[in-house]
Design a protein around this ligand. Structure first.
Ligand code: SAH
Length: 399
């Protein structure tokens, strides 16, 4: 297996250069060029030209840009990347053809006050949440630490070239980070130690993998944890988030409590608001009860559901999302309505599938109309027909 430029560790790089007969100080030069400088070997002008050329060949990038989509007047950029075999070299694409290999996406978001990248941690996802495009596409493989880190480096470089500084990373792209915890953690350490981002600006989002939350509690850097709750009672959560059948709410809440007491950090709950499914007053009360059962109590992020090809139900209308947030506030819970970015380029939460799904139908057609009596009945019926528990397998938990 050939190394890639962000897949090698510092010692590996040093021995690679030593074997090539280079003086010892080159290792530090190249390492700093890659991480502090965000440079490709070809751009490291402090190195002799011949060495630059050799390094370009010996340490190829792990990610090959296939396409870029831009929305929000340049504020959101989705990148589609082709990968090689787990951190190894990619076969060169035939002229005029896009590169082969598994694909992932990452999303760079510029806000007035900060720049954030949302990175993938797996090719696809095994968690099978029906409303998430990545879940609809299924699982292909784990990403390596180098592949995760390189997404951040490429985003940092693109930001810098545009006069912005990338300071935040959210592990909320394709995949379930805590089903790939060791690799995600290696990437976190490199992002922190070598790229110099603050741990408080890194957020790992999980569907609720209990052993992963417990593993994270043992890790030394104070990263943020977000738990994708979406339902606060087991029957509904079993249906929306199938891994709940393996790690039901009592176990998940116990892991969250232990995480908070071990780390003295905070955590947040993510709640994708699905019209007529998890946006009633009862849902608000159940959610508030769980948020307040934690100490300190969980912050709630509300995300109106984004459309995906395989899920017929629409997001809760804006004004009702606002009312739900106000209800949570009245119940003593801090809630934020998330800004939606890049919905038009399928770059928003839950929409990343790296081209593996058919495009979604034009809005209107397959979506139900809000407020009609038939519509209000449609989903509960659909859910109960799907929740015959034996009919859907519990996703494999690779942890
Ligand atoms: N697997 C991890 C991280 C990836 S998803 C997790 O589940 O947390 C990032 C967030 O987007 C999660 O909270 C996820 O539940 C949410 N999400 C998935 N599909 C969505 C959709 N269609 N609309 C809005 N949010 C969605």
């Amino acid at each position: 297996m050939t190394a890639t430029r962000y897949g090698v560790g510092r010692e590996e790089l040093a021995s690679l250069l030593a074997e090539a007969g280079e003086p010892a100080y080159r290792a530090r030069q190249v390492w700093e060029g890659l991480h502090a400088g965000l440079l490709a070997p070809a751009e490291m002008t402090s190195l002799p030209r011949a060495l630059r050329e050799r390094l370009e060949l010996a340490l190829p990038p792990a990610l090959d840009l296939v396409a870029e989509s831009v929305s929000d007047r340049g504020g959101t950029v989705k990148s589609l990347w082709a990968l090689g075999p787990a951190d190894g070299p990619r076969a060169p694409a035939a002229p005029g053809h896009a590169p082969d290999g598994p694909r992932i996406e990452s999303v760079l978001m510029h806000y007035a006050e900060r720049t954030t990248v949302c990175v993938s941690t797996q090719v696809g996802c095994a968690m099978a949440c029906g409303f998430c495009a990545t879940g609809q596409a299924g699982f292909t493989r784990q990403l390596t630490p180098g592949e995760i880190l390189e997404q951040v480096v490429r985003a940092a470089r693109r930001s810098r070239d545009g006069g912005r500084r990338l300071a935040n990373v959210v592990f909320m792209g394709m995949g379930e980070p805590l089903a790939n915890e060791p690799n995600v953690w290696s990437a976190v350490e490199r992002i922190h130690d070598d790229l110099g981002l603050s741990a408080r600006h890194l957020t790992i989002s999980t569907v609720g993998i209990v052993p992963g939350i417990r593993a994270l509690a043992e890790r030394p850097l104070p990263v943020n944890l977000a738990v994708s709750l979406h339902a606060a009672r087991d029957d509904l959560r079993d249906d929306l988030v199938p891994i709940n059948r393996r790690y039901p709410l009592d176990d998940l809440m116990a892991a969250c409590r232990d995480y908070l007491s071990a780390t003295r950090r905070r955590l947040s709950f993510e709640w994708a608001m699905i019209d007529g499914v998890n946006d009633s007053d009862r849902d608000a009360r159940e959610l508030a009860r769980l948020a307040r059962a934690l100490s300190p109590s969980a912050h709630v992020n509300l995300i109106p559901l984004n459309p995906t090809p395989g899920w017929p139900t629409r997001g809760t209308p804006r004004e009702h999302v606002r009312a739900f947030a106000d209800r949570l506030t009245a119940l003593g819970v801090n809630a934020t309505v998330r800004r939606n970015r890049g919905t038009d380029i399928d770059a928003a939460c839950g929409q990343l599938a790296a081209g593996q799904l058919a495009p979604r139908p034009p809005s209107g057609g397959a979506l139900r109309q809000p407020g009609s009596a038939a519509a209000s009945r449609a989903l509960p019926l659909r859910i109960s027909s799907r929740s015959a528990r034996s009919s859907r397998p519990v996703p494999n938990d690779p942890s």
